[in-house]
Structures are given as C-alpha cells and as structure tokens.
Design a protein around this ligand. Structure first.
Ligand SMILES: [Zn+2]
Length: 46
C-alpha cells in the first residue's frame, strides 16, 4: 500500500498502516513513510 510523502516528494510504502474512518464516514489509511518516518495519509481503503 502506498501514499504520497510530502517530505520525500514521492509515493512511498506505508509503514504501520492503520485503517481509520474520517468524520464524514469515509475510509482512510494512516501510517508512516517507510523511507523517512513522516506521517502519511491516504484517502480510501487500502
Ligand atoms: Zn518520506
């Protein structure tokens, strides 16, 4: 599963990916960039 990392400025693999639900009820995935450890976020199901 991948997400865009704003620090690396590219798509990276999500580490410790966690399925979350936004306030509006939409699914999202939260985790950390596998390269730099910055928090990354992705809308939609993984
Ligand atoms: Zn990164």
């Amino acid at each position: 599963m991948q997400a865009y990392c704003f620090k690396c400025r590219r798509k990276t693999e999500i580490r410790n990916a966690e399925q979350v639900t936004l306030r509006n009820g939409r699914p999202a995935v939260r985790g950390a960039c596998s390269s730099c450890g910055t928090k990354v976020f992705r809308i939609g199901k993984g």
